[in-house]
Design a protein around this ligand. Structure first.
Ligand SMILES: Cc1cc2nc3c(=O)[nH]c(=O)nc-3n(C[C@H](O)[C@H](O)[C@H](O)COP(=O)(O)OP(=O)(O)OC[C@H]3O[C@@H](n4cnc5c(N)ncnc54)[C@H](O)[C@@H]3O)c2cc1C
Length: 373
């Protein structure tokens, strides 16, 4: 049994803790936030996410708290159907190909999964120093404690401090040129899957069912210069940006009284670390290694796939260097392709590239993520 530290208790970190516990290891997690701090908005995931969650034993719980559906629609800016992209069944029989769920629901499922393995994050704590020797990592924590670990997982997200500790300033997230706007609204009974409305220069709008009662509106739009926007202006600015869209998006724009406190506006930043994602006994996973944009709804899936892969390898009692090398061999090309494809779609949107074939690229991505872990 190894002693493992997971730094960052988000989607990837909680998943990794479950996978490592399943493999029989002793796991500590530190999480810098003082408690659960997740946006109330939703997350769109596909069958490869559910397959990885199923390996961790918590897919049924996620499905029960979300809105299962099949595939998604690509629509023109007025709502006409351009293409239906069917989902690919990858998880167990009876599991959907696609799922919408709120971030708090996903967080609760993963936290309960950890708790069932006896793991509870230490909130409000992070590392101060990571010192590696041949056979361990000695970690000094911000609460003054010190611990020795066989290996350490850096799952501390896009702005990872573990990444900085390993690679200095080599990798810094950069603004992609777009921002995302998100807002939860009631779900009309006819909205039974995600739809994306394309063809407006700069981005797209869409919606995704989250529960029987709710769905969320999302807008991905170019925001040159990454402007800071005052909260009280957000409802007006959101409506302005939704002006070119018709169909159901226009209905939402014209009927919803947007509450500035409930609008989540976030400029998109991305980072990709060249292989390997480890130094010695410390490995980066999730957004810390390959933080991408949400254009393919694959960021969380890739974090959970990292965790499930790590769990499988950690059960094989390999030396840490072999385990990490095998991890890279399984994960690098897949994550790189998804990262690049997601960024590519954003570039097409910003260039208003009329030749862009988003449907073809989405199919290729589905083929890629269909390959076994
Ligand atoms: C606008 C937007 C929409 C998205 N929509 C989707 C979607 O629909 N589907 C999808 O699959 N993906 C989506 N994603 C991507 C997805 O959210 C991420 O890929 C996923 O959260 C990555 O998980 P992670 O664990 O690596 O990072 P995170 O979930 O960000 O978790 C990192 C954790 O580390 C903690 N932390 C940070 N620094 C430290 C530190 N120094 N010490 C300790 N803890 C620390 C943080 O508090 C956090 O809890 C979206 C992303 C954005 C920005």
């Amino acid at each position: 049994m190894s002693k493992v530290l997971v730094i960052g208790g988000g989607i990837g970190g909680l998943s990794a803790a479950i996978g490592l516990r399943q493999a029989g290891h002793d796991v500590d997690i530190v999480e810098i936030s003082p408690g659960r701090e997740v946006y109330h908005v939703g997350i769109i995931v596909q069958a490869n996410f559910l397959r990885a969650l199923d390996q961790l034993g918590v897919a049924d719980q996620a499905i029960a708290r979300g809105f299962p559906y099949a595939g998604f629609d690509l629509r023109n800016k007025n709502g006409g159907l351009d293409a239906y992209i069917p989902g690919v069944a990858l998880s167990r029989e009876g599991h959907p190909t696609d799922l919408g769920l709120t971030r708090p629901a996903l967080y609760d499922v993963l936290s309960e999964g950890c708790a069932s393995h006896g793991v509870k994050p230490r909130f409000g704590v992070t590392f101060e120093k990571l010192e590696q020797s041949d056979d361990k990592v000695t970690v000094t924590f911000t609460d003054g404690t010190i611990g020795d670990y066989d290996f350490v997982i850096g799952s501390d997200g896009l702005f990872s401090k573990v990444r900085t500790a390993l690679f200095g300033d080599t990798y810094t997230p950069t603004f992609t040129g777009q921002a995302v706007w998100r807002y939860n609204i009631p779900r009309p009974a006819e909205v039974i899957r995600t739809a994306m409305y394309q063809g407006v220069p700069g981005g797209k709008a869409g919606y995704c069912p989250l529960t029987d009662e709710t769905m969320y509106l999302l807008l991905v739009m170019a925001e040159p210069g990454k402007p800071w926007l005052a909260k009280e202006d957000l409802p007006r600015l959101l409506k302005e940006r939704l002006a070119p869209f018709g169909g159901r998006i226009a209905e939402i724009r014209d009927t919803v009284d947007f509450d500035p406190d409930q609008i989540v506006y976030r400029p998109l930043e991305a980072v990709f670390v060249a292989e390997p994602w480890y130094r010695g006994r410390i490995l980066l996973i999730g957004d810390a290694a390959h933080g991408t944009t949400p254009h393919l709804g694959q960021g969380a899936a890739q974090a959970v796939e990292d965790a499930a892969t790590l769990g499988t390898l950690a059960a094989q009692n390999l030396p840490v260097s072999d385990m990490f090398a095998r991890f890279m061999a399984k994960r690098y090309d897949r994550c790189k392709f998804i990262w690049e494809s997601s960024i590519q779609i954003g570039k097409w949107e910003m260039a208003n590239d009329l030749e862009a074939d988003v449907a073809a690229l989405s199919h290729k991505v589905l083929d890629t993520v269909s390959a076994p872990l």
